[in-house]
Design a protein around this ligand. Structure first.
Ligand code: SF4
Length: 125
C-alpha cells in the first residue's frame, strides 16, 4: 500500500528534461528545464528533478548593457558589498549590487564586473 502511495506521489513529480519556464531578464530569455545538478542528486530517489539554472561562473553571459547575469544562489565575488558575517554563507542575492530579474535570475550592477568594449579588448590581449 505504501509503495502504491509513494508511486502515486512520484507520478506527479516533474520529469527530467521537461521545460519548467522560459525566464526573461532584460530581454534575454533563459530556458529552464527540470533536471539535476549532479549524479549524486540523480541517483538519490528522494530528490525530484528541479529547475536547472545556468552556471554563470563557468559560462558568463551579459545583458546588452554589459551587466553580468547572475543567479541569486551564485557564490559571491570579490566585489560583494552588503552585510558581513559568515561570508561563505553569502550569495549574490545578499549583495547590494544584485538586481532581481525573473525567477532566481538577475543581473549584477557592479561597475567592476560590467563588460565594456574596453574590457573585451583586454580579454583579447
Ligand atoms: S551581485 Fe555582483 S558584485 Fe555582488 S557578489 Fe554577485 S557578482 Fe559579485
Amino acid at each position: 500500500m505504501l509503495q502504491k502511495i509513494f508511486a502515486q506521489g512520484r507520478s506527479s513529480a516533474p520529469q527530467e528534461g521537461t521545460l519548467y519556464k522560459i525566464a526573461n531578464v532584460r530581454g534575454q530569455t533563459f530556458e529552464l528545464y527540470y533536471g539535476y545538478y549532479d549524479e549524486k542528486e540523480r541517483s538519490n530517489p528522494m530528490i525530484e528533478p528541479m529547475p536547472i539554472y545556468p552556471d554563470f561562473l563557468r559560462e558568463p553571459q551579459y545583458a546588452s548593457d554589459g551587466c553580468a547575469f547572475v543567479t541569486q544562489m551564485q557564490d559571491i565575488c570579490q566585489y560583494y558589498i552588503g552585510e558581513g558575517g559568515q561570508m561563505e554563507d553569502r550569495c549574490c542575492a545578499d549583495c547590494d549590487y544584485y538586481c532581481h530579474g525573473d525567477e532566481l535570475l538577475g543581473v549584477c550592477m557592479c561597475p567592476q564586473r560590467r563588460r565594456t568594449p574596453e574590457s573585451q579588448e583586454k580579454q583579447k590581449d
